[in-house]
Design a binder for this molecule. Structure first.
Ligand SMILES: O=C(O)CCC(=O)C(=O)O
Length: 488
C-alpha cells in the first residue's frame, strides 16, 4: 500500500527570513521547513564535496580517518533501529569506495560527534535560526548523569553533545522514528539528496499497534493491517532535500529518511523554551510507563524503586530507540527516565533559569532607560523563564518532585567556572540572534558584584531544592525586575 501523501514542505531562502519570522511561522507552530542559502561559506561544503556534488571521501579519510564511529547496517534490524557496530572512518570509507556505481550502499555512518572531536576544524556555523539550543549549550559545560550501576561509562565524546555528521552511499536510510526527547532537529546536506517522509504528532497513535507498544519500522515494507490497523488512516508530507539545503524537523514529528544519492549531512538535536514542555511531558510519560511495566511485582519486592531503575535502564522501549540509544547524554536509552535523570533535568532547569536571570539582571543594569524590558533580548529571556516556570509547576505535581538529592544555591552556582561560561555563551547567543553581532568582550567577570550592587542580595541567598522553590524564584525575579522594578 502506498503512503497517502497530501503535501510537501515549504522551502524558504534563509537570507530573506528574519529570526522572528522563523519563530512565528515554524518554531512556535511546530511546522517543518526547508531553508536554502545558508551554507555557501561552510568549510565542510568546500572540503568534503567536489564541485560536481560528489563527496570528497579521500579528504575525509586522510584528515579524519582514525576516528571511531558508529555504522548502521541498513539491511538488518535490531528492535526499532538498524544493527550498529563500531568502525574507523577510514575503514568505512574503504568499504564505500569499493561499491560500484550501480550498487546501493548498506552501511550508514551515523551520530559522529564531529564538532566535539575536531573543535578546531570549524566545519560549519550553526545557522541563526537554530542557535537558541539549550541542550548543546548546557552539555558544552555540564555533564549529565551516567549510571554506573547498569551501564559502562562511555567515553567522553559519545554522550557529550547532540551535534552529528551522517555519511552514507545512495540507498542508505534511517527507519521511521521521532527524535529523542521530542527534541527539534535540523539537518543540512553538505552533498547529496535526501527524501523525507513526515507524519505530524497528532497522528502518532495511528502508527502503533493495538497495545501502543510497537510502531511501524519501515514505511515501505508491507505494513500488516492486523497489527497496525490504523496505519491506513495516516496522511504524510514528503520532501526532497537537495545539496546545501537545511531541513527543520519539528518536535514529535515522525519521519523516515532515504539517501537518494551519496550524501553527507550535519545534524543537531536541540530544544528550547518552545518545546521544553513536550520534552518534559515525554520524560514523565516514559517514567510512568517504565514503572507500569513492573508494577505487578511491587508487592514482592524489597527495593521496588531500585529495581525499577536497574531493570528499566536495561530495557529499551519501543519508541525512539533508534536514535536514543546512540544519543542519550545519560548513557542509557533516552526514553526511560530514571529518578537521577529527573534530577539531571531539574538541575539543568535550575542552572538554565539562573543563567537567564543573570542575563536579565545584566540587561537591567546596563540599560539607561526602562525601555530595556521591551527589547527582543529581554522578551526572549522573560519567555524562557516563564516556560521554565511552567515546567516547574508541572513537576511540582509529580511523584518525582521531591525525589532528587541535590539542591543548588545561587551563590555557589555563580562560582562554578562552567556556569560563568554558560552565561557568557547564552549572552553571545542572544546577542547574535537579536542584535546580529558577536559579543567581543569577555563579560564573564560580571555577576556577583553586580547583583550585590543592584541590591539583589536575596537572589544571591536563594537555594533551590525542589520545583516549588524554582517557581518562587522565577516569580520573584520577574516581579522585581520586570513587573514592579522599583522594588529592587
Ligand atoms: O539523515 C538521516 O538519515 C536521519 C536524520 C534524522 O532522522 C534527523 O535529523 O532527525
Amino acid at each position: 500500500m502506498g503512503l497517502n501523501i497530501t503535501g510537501g514542505v515549504e522551502k524558504v531562502n534563509g537570507n530573506e527570513m528574519s529570526y522572528s519570522d522563523f519563530v512565528k511561522k515554524y518554531l512556535s507552530k511546530n511546522e517543518p521547513v526547508v531553508i536554502t542559502g545558508l551554507m555557501a561559506d561552510w568549510r565542510a561544503c568546500i572540503d568534503w564535496a567536489f564541485d560536481d556534488g560528489r563527496p570528497n571521501l579521500q579528504f575525509i579519510s586522510s584528515n579524519f580517518g582514525n576516528s571511531k564511529v558508529q555504522v548502521a547496517d541498513c539491511g538488518s534490524r535490531e528492535f526499532t533501529d538498524q544493527k550498529r557496530f563500531d568502525m574507523s572512518v577510514a575503514g568505512f570509507i574503504d568499504h564505500w569506495l569499493k561499491l560500484s556505481s550501480m550498487e546501493h550502499g548498506n552501511l550508514y555512518l551515523k551520530d559522529w560527534h564531529f564538532v566535539k572531536e575536531y573543535p578546531d576544524y570549524t566545519a560549519y556555523t550553526t545557522p541563526l535560526f537554530f542557535r537558541d539550543d539549550w541542550l548543546n549549550l548546557y552539555l558544552d559545560h555540564y555533564h549529565m548523569h551516567e549510571d554506573h550501576d547498569t551501564y559502562q561509562k562511555r567515553d567522553g565524546i559519545s554522550c557529550s553533545d547532540y551535534r552529528f555528521v551522517y555519511m552514507g552511499a545512495k540507498g542508505t536510510w534511517t527507519p521511521f522514528h521521532a527524535d529523542v526527547f521530542r527534541s527539534y532537529s535540523w539537518s543540512a546536506n553538505v552533498c547529496g539528496k535526501k527524501q523525507w517522509y513526515f507524519l505530524s504528532p497528532e497522528q502518532r497513535h495511528l502508527v502503533f499497534d493495538r497495545n501502543m507498544k510497537n510502531y511501524v519500522y519501515d514505511l515501505f515494507e508491507e505494513v500488516d493491517d492486523t497489527i497496525f490497523p490504523n496505519f491506513k488512516k495516516t496522511v504524510w508530507l514528503e520532501c526532497t532535500q537537495d545539496q546545501n539545503e537545511i531541513i527543520f524537523v519539528p518536535s514529535g514529528w515522525y519521519h523516515q529518511v532515504h539517501n537518494l544519492e551519496d550524501t553527507i549531512s550535519i545534524n543537531h538535536n536541540w530544544f528550547n523554551a518552545y518545546n521544553l514542555s513536550w520534552v518534559w511531558d515525554l520524560m514523565l510519560r516514559d517514567y510512568k510507563e517504565a514503572r507500569e511495566y513492573i508494577e505487578d511485582i511491587k508487592d514482592i519486592c524489597d527495593d521496588f524503586e531500585g529495581l525499577c531503575q536497574r531493570n528499566l535502564a536495561a530495557n529499551t522501549g519501543p519508541e525512539e530507540a533508534s536514535l536514543a540509544l546512540a544519543r542519550s547524554p545519560m548513557g542509557i536509552p533516552g526514553r526511560i527516565m530514571l529518578k537521577h535523570e529527573f534530577s539531571d533535568f531539574f538541575n539543568f532547569m535550575v542552572r538554565f533559569s539562573f543563567s537567564n536571570i543573570v542575563q536579565l539582571c545584566h540587561l537591567a543594569k546596563s540599560s539607561v532607560s526602562a525601555k530595556w524590558r521591551s527589547s527582543c533580548t529581554a522578551q526572549h529571556l522573560i519567555f524562557n523563564l516563564e516556560s521554565a516556570k511552567d515546567i516547574a509547576i508541572k513537576m511540582k505535581h509529580t511523584c518525582l518532585s521531591e525525589s532528587h538529592s541535590t539542591s543548588l544555591d545561587f551563590r555557589s552556582v555563580l562560582e562554578e567556572p562552567a556556569f560563568l561560561e554558560l552565561c557568557f555563551q547564552l549572552e553571545r547567543t542572544y546577542a547574535f540572534i537579536h542584535d546580529k553581532h558577536e559579543v567581543i568582550s569577555d563579560k564573564k567577570k560580571f555577576l556577583m558584584d553586580d547583583l550585590l550592587e543592584m541590591g539583589l542580595c536575596k537572589l544571591l541567598s536563594t537555594v533551590v531544592c525542589n520545583p516549588e522553590n524554582l517557581v518562587i524564584l522565577i516569580d520573584d525575579t520577574l516581579q522585581n525586575l520586570v513587573i514592579s522594578p522599583q522594588k529592587i
